[in-house]
Design a protein around this ligand. Structure first.
Ligand code: PRP
Length: 212
């Protein structure tokens, strides 16, 4: 009997594109997973199970080997810095990590930077020799400069709508972000054939351009 391959899928905005890509590749994500509150779906015929995790937690499930593989944004991977293999750039959920502020922002000596990504932000400014105070927030980051909590923010920009609607501007693009396929290090050895086969199918689908 073959081992089941456990896949951690991210809830929320990445899920739709990720599940579409998997389906395009012939990988069996059940339709009723999409609107369900259920968190685990088994597909015994395909030897696969899917778990639905908060995106920021996907690398944790994979690092601990609860999931053999997972789909996660490069932003989360960089912030969480977990011990996992990054196998494939899935090219989905394209956006960018940027430094953002009010258009009339003036440099100050020790600016406060609000972000959901304290590790990414700290490293970015440290590498540039800029001293900043990083303030960790959990969402609605754009609020921080509007109400005077922070001088700048580090956050994701996708369409730019949130910035426009709040009168903010992108000051620097830090890096581009897409979703990645990651694997647990032990699983990658022990279930190499299954993981490699899945990876190949996804890669072929990406090359064919059958994308959401
Ligand atoms: C993300 C991100 C920005 C916004 C960018 O927030 O943090 O706020 O999306 O997208 P846009 O450029 O298309 O407007 P999200 O909606 O995930 O929620 P959050 O504010 O709770 O982090």
């Amino acid at each position: 009997m073959r081992d089941t391959l456990m896949v951690a899928m991210p809830k929320g905005r990445i899920y739709k594109q990720a599940s579409q890509l998997f389906r395009d590749a012939g990988l069996p994500i059940p339709d009723d997973f999409d609107d369900s509150r259920k968190l685990i779906f088994d597909v015994p015929d395909a030897g696969m199970s899917f778990i639905m995790a908060k995106p920021v937690d996907v690398p944790t499930y994979v690092e601990y080997g609860v999931a053999d593989i997972g789909v996660v944004g490069k932003d989360v991977l960089m912030e969480e810095n977990k011990d996992v293999y990054e196998l494939l750039d899935l090219g989905i959920a394209k956006c960018r990590m940027s430094v953002i502020g009010l258009p009339d922002w003036k440099p100050v000596i020790h600016p406060r930077v609000a972000t959901k990504y304290p590790n990414v932000a700290s490293q970015y400014f440290r590498e540039r020799g800029q001293q900043v105070e990083v303030i960790k927030l959990n969402g609605s980051i754009e609020l921080a400069p509007l109400v005077g909590l922070a001088d700048r923010i580090v956050d994701m920009v996708e369409t730019g709508a949130t910035l426009r609607e709040n009168g903010l501007v992108e000051m620097e693009t830090m890096f581009d972000v897409t979703s990645r396929l990651i694997a647990n290090r032990v699983s990658y050895r022990m279930k190499n054939e299954a993981i490699q086969a899945l990876c190949d199918r996804l890669q072929q689908t990406l090359q064919r351009g059958a994308r959401p």
